[in-house]
Design a protein around this ligand. Sequence first.
Ligand code: NAD
Length: 519
Amino acid sequence: MANTGETRRETDEFERLRERVTLADDDREAISVVAPFTGEQVGTIPAGTEADVADAVERARAAGERWAERSPEQRAAVFEAFHELVLDRQAELLDVIQTETGKSRLHAFEEILDVASTAQYYAERGPGLLAPSRREGAIPLATRAEEHHHPVGVVGIISPWNYPLALSISDAIPALLAGNGVVFKPDEHTSFIALKALELLVEAGLPEGLCQIVTGRGDEVGPPLIDRVDYLTFTGSTETGRAVAEQAGRNLIDCSLELGGKNPMLILDDADIDQAVRGAVNGSFTNAGQLCLAAERIYVHETVAEAFTERFVAATEDLSLGVGDDWDIDVGSLVSADHLAKVEAHVEDAREAGATVLAGGEARPDVGPYVYEPTVLTDVPESADCCREETFGPVVSIYEVSSTEEAIEKANDTEYGLNASVFTGDGERGRAVARRIEAGTVGVNDAYAASYGSIDAPMGGRKQSGVGRRHGSGGLLKYTESQTIAEQRTGPMAPPASLPNDWYARLMTGFLRVLKRLP
Ligand code: NAD
């Protein structure tokens, strides 16, 4: 993929996919899309405008009304078929993901796993979750209460560049299954994978027009989108998330926000060191650390600190760096020159503040224009930017602690609360420590994949890491308006005209007391 022939193939494919962008008219500025493997342009996307957003929302709304008339089972059949298509056509998807993000093939494959599993999970569970259900009525036998779920209308999805397939399509699947139309605003760096996935969704049976994509800049396409949709799903930085939430709040639409993190990993005194090293390598350097769930702080108990650090540094230095579609490359490129500059600045700042670089610490232009070495730091002082700010790159800091209590306290001493992990030889002890960590997901003897991959359970951030959850029943039902219908079989639930009000109050008081005693 790093050679000229491959780049030409991708350029032609991107030219074709560009036709799927919703545009009110053709006269749009072209934004360059650069392949991180080469630093060269592989295509352009149109800079969408407010008119494009208005057009896309209108089309998605019209198509959504017809889609909502299909039963949840009929809608689920599309995602069953999509699951198969994603697995069968994974090579095409992997090529586009790698071209736009520069990640290694293995890390791109995580997105295939996520999207295929999410499609299958909601195809199986969705119809049951969306079915009307009986609820306990106000007065037993006299009140029949039911809960129904209606689609909200049009869901807006604003997604980042780091997992561009998973974080756009896996959130769209439950939104569509719930009977909504969807309008995407993918990140400027990674719009083509959303366009490619949309093509497969249509091939799987999704009606044309139901899902629209408006490409362009965040501050130009985002605000008009939030003004027009009925629900907004945002994944990105905490800073942008705050602006998005303010606008959603003004419009009184519900939203979910999946934001940044500064995720801790705790290595307790009884941890299996080999497992901890494997977990730390995977947790810190997957997707070159450009993973919201990545571990950026490791708290290791002093009794195992030396053994862990030595083996972790050796394992980090053993990782192969590269660009291209070779499955054996461990760590790929960063996404852009700007992002490389941010990662370099964090490491330089830490060095100047007194940190020691145990592994890595250098850019590798000899491998690829935006490649940076997996980097392990220690002695990082409080004054260094990377001590508390998210680096979002292949940089992790080790801190020695003298007790589990200290590790928990330091893990929680952050404004973020997205993900954490605990390594220990005792699962029960690990789960008990996990419950005390202020993070939305905590892995025990695993960095992030076990909790994120448990799609039946909710995933999301606490504190400044987000609002709302994806996955599980809540990840589907948030895209619905719930409605309660209560039929009162004995006529209106109001004091009968024949009964004085004070008698009615006494009667109801007695009734509540009896009700409490009923099994
Ligand atoms: P970002 O906030 O800069 O951009 C995210 C998206 O928002 C992009 O599509 C961008 O175009 C759009 N955007 C920018 N300005 C906007 C505005 N004013 N209104 C509406 N939309 C706007 O984030 P990023 O740098 O692309 O992504 C990295 C961040 O995302 C990291 O902080 C990472 O931790 C976080 N993230 C979180 C999760 C999670 O599940 N919690 C997952 C992946 C990434």
